[in-house]
Design a protein around this ligand. Structure first.
Ligand SMILES: O=C(O)[C@H](CS(=O)(=O)O)OP(=O)(O)O
Length: 232
């Protein structure tokens, strides 16, 4: 079982995804929302890359969710907060979502054998899942608009740490993620709150989203993409 880390969507073309499991990571906030939603009883989530595609699904009965520039799209039913995904109103429902970074990273993972989503909220479940599967892994950080970000890289490092005795580390990118996590693990919330992405989002007054997304193992679900939909 080999493990690699891709730090941004701009780098994903350098990775051969065939036959591998890709873990898409967007801690702030897309994959945290997906984990919180699927862990709270949302039936399925359909990630799409455009507002138009999401709107078309809305007409077919899906709840429309997502953001642009961190803010809810005007005619959508909900934005991109994990708390919205945990509300009673979405339990048992189908949600379609489009976000700036996370849903694009899912789309770019299409060549993989399997696509799952990870966040601190389901860290141990992801590590156990990967360990049981025993396949080669690419940890794909959604980053921000094609660029590196701290919180996704930290989560990649947390997965590497969980698999440090069972997986072969392919390159220095992977080792760097491991060492980054190991040096920051005792105060993850602080480091995440110092990140650029957190600063950007907190200017919208959503500090509690940032704090929540830094929580570990709130859920034991591993959402997996099947026929374009996330299911358990
Ligand atoms: O809503 C979010 O958390 C971000 C918005 S932005 O990139 O900070 O504008 O989108 P996501 O795709 O969840 O990273």
């Amino acid at each position: 079982m080999k493990i690699e880390v891709c730090y941004t969507p701009e780098l994903i073309k350098q990775f051969d995804l065939k036959g591998k499991i890709v873990v898409v990571i967007d801690v702030l906030r897309a994959t945290s929302c997906m984990v919180a939603g699927m862990g709270s009883g949302v039936e399925t989530i359909r990630p799409v890359s455009s507002i138009e595609a999401c709107t078309e699904l809305g007409a077919k009965g899906y709840i429309m969710a997502g953001e642009r520039g961190g803010k809810k799209v005007e005619h959508f039913n909900m934005g991109n907060s994990p708390f919205e995904y945990m509300e009673d109103a979405v339990r048992g429902k189908k949600v379609a979502t489009t976000t700036t970074n996370g849903t694009k990273a899912i789309e770019l993972s299409a060549d993989a054998d399997e696509i799952i989503v990870g966040a601190f909220l389901n860290l141990s479940a992801v590590v156990n899942y990967l360990e049981n599967k025993g396949k080669d892994i690419v940890l794909f950080c959604a980053g921000w608009k094609g660029r590196y970000n701290l919180e996704d890289s930290l989560f990649a490092g947390a997965v590497c740490n969980g698999l440090r005795n069972t997986a072969a580390f392919e390159d220095d990118a992977t080792l760097s993620a491991l060492f980054l996590y190991q040096s920051m693990k005792d105060d993850l919330s602080y480091y995440i709150s110092r990140s650029n992405h957190a600063a950007r989002l907190s200017s919208f007054g959503i500090l509690r989203d940032i704090e929540y997304c830094a929580k570990i193992d709130e859920f034991s679900v591993v959402p997996k993409l099947l026929d374009d939909h996330l299911v358990l």
